[in-house]
Ligand binder design. Structure first.
Ligand code: RNT
Ligand code: ZN
Length: 416
């Protein structure tokens, strides 16, 4: 503990030489609530008990033992993960994680009551909730939902999504803070369709109907994707589609960092979206080849993204959520690694000597700008993150590894 404080004070002095206030950075970092996704705990299974396999162009690989088998286990695991992450965070739920009490509740029957126990749990644990409608893993999913040419199927999913918005509104009302409802549907096709336009016309009409009701306690975000597994040639809800829809209808666009061409910079989109859409929702993820959902780690893509958030001074307009699923490693470990990596990236951004860099740029001293950016990479930011952990009473450095090992021994390892 003493070492952490000593190292922090050294780091503080070094950053101060560059005009950076580490205390201030930590203070801001503490206020950033990350919306942690419930679905890493159980490989996107949920509690419908329908027997439907995961579909919709997403896939979880691996069979590491210890996955949460029911709601109690999932809640326990999430609290365990949160106990190893500094700060106060949110939980993002999918509709399929409702408290259905063993009843068959179809997607067009779901109600706020099915999430009351979650709202109570959130309140008891000081965790605010976000929400997601669920188009995948259902007999009526197929390859098309809200853009299905068959009116009955389309209406089924319209009903579902409307109900999800009502649930989100109730969550927001009860927690006294808006609930973000993310809408992602997998609609697309493996081969090039005979007419791309007709599905987009239908999706637009479905969205118009879904959003025709105004709510006070929830916000809508719409998430695009480049392609799904088995749906490689065409995605109805492409980025152009949702960006256009969001700009025209004042909706929040979700940027999932795994949903773009591999060399496309998601960081570069922030400053454009901020000018034309109300807020931004992020799904922080890590794409590797065909998979868009590897565990988040501290890499350049992530730090580029967080730097843009801070440089644009947009923490109040950008919601940071996580979205990845890995079943090959300890699932609680996956939560902790990804969330802490996101925080570290935010901290790096907060520790940037912004004023000096801008001054160099204004004076056309571009060598100096690049040199300082390079120097910042080797600054002792780790000491600042450790101090942040210490301050929030969670393990510093690699200390969380043994905690997870113990939890595995006592809890997850005993699950069969
Ligand atoms: C899928 C989207 C979507 C899902 C979750 C489970 O590619 O990223 O956000 O990951 O809804
Ligand atoms: Zn996503």
């Amino acid at each position: 503990m003493e070492n952490t404080s000593t190292r922090y004070n050294d780091a503080k002095a070094r950053y101060a030489e560059l005009g950076v206030d580490t205390d201030e950075a930590v203070k801001i970092l503490e206020t950033i609530a990350i919306s942690i996704h419930c679905w890493q705990a159980d490989d996107v299974t949920g509690f419908e008990n329908s027997g439907d396999a995961l579909s919709g162009g997403i896939q979880v690989t691996g069979n590491y033992p210890g996955k949460a088998r029911n709601m109690d286990e999932l809640r326990l695991d999430i609290l365990k993960a949160m106990s190893l992450i500094p700060g106060n965070h949110r939980l993002s739920l999918h509709e399929t994680y409702g408290d259905f009490q063993g009843q068959k509740v179809d997607r067009n029957e779901v109600e706020p009551a099915h999430f009351q126990s979650w709202m109570d749990w959130g309140k008891a644990n000081n965790i605010r909730l976000d929400f997601n409608s669920t188009s995948f893993s259902h007999p009526k999913s197929g390859n098309l939902t809200l853009s299905h040419p068959n009116k009955e199927i389309r209406n089924f999913w319209i009903d579902h999504t409307k109900r999800c918005r009502a649930i989100s509104n109730e969550m927001g009302r009860q927690q006294g803070d808006p609930c973000m409802m993310n809408l992602w549907i997998h609609d697309g096709s493996k081969e090039v369709p005979a007419n791309r336009l007709r599905y987009r016309v239908l999706l637009k009409a479905s969205l118009d109907e879904i959003f025709s009701i105004e709510y006070k306690h929830m916000k809508d975000s719409i998430e695009a994707k480049l392609f799904g597994i088995g749906l490689e040639s065409y995605t109805v809800g492409s980025y152009d589609f949702y960006l256009g829809y969001g700009v025209k209808n004042n909706k929040i666009v979700t940027l999932d960092t795994g949903h773009f061409h591999p060399t496309e910079s998601i960081a570069d989109k922030i400053s454009s979206l901020l000018l034309f859409t109300p807020e931004i929702m992020l799904h922080v993820s890590r794409p590797i080849r065909w998979d868009s959902d590897h565990v988040v780690v501290l890499n350049d893509d992530l730090t580029d993204l967080t730097r843009e958030i801070i440089r644009c001074n947009a923490l109040d307009r950008i919601h940071i959520g996580l979205d990845y699923f890995d079943a090959t490693i300890n699932r609680i470990g996956a939560y902790v690694i990804g969330t802490r990596a996101t925080q570290k990236a935010l901290l790096l951004a907060l520790l940037e000597p912004a004023a000096t860099l801008i001054k160099y740029e204004d004076e056309d001293r571009l060598f100096e700008r690049l040199a300082l950016q390079e120097e910042m990479k080797a600054m002792p930011w780790q000491a600042v993150y450790d101090y942040f952990c210490l301050k929030n009473d969670v393990p510093t450095g690699a200390g969380f590894i043994s905690e997870i090992q113990q939890y595995e021994k006592k809890v997850t390892g005993k699950r069969t």
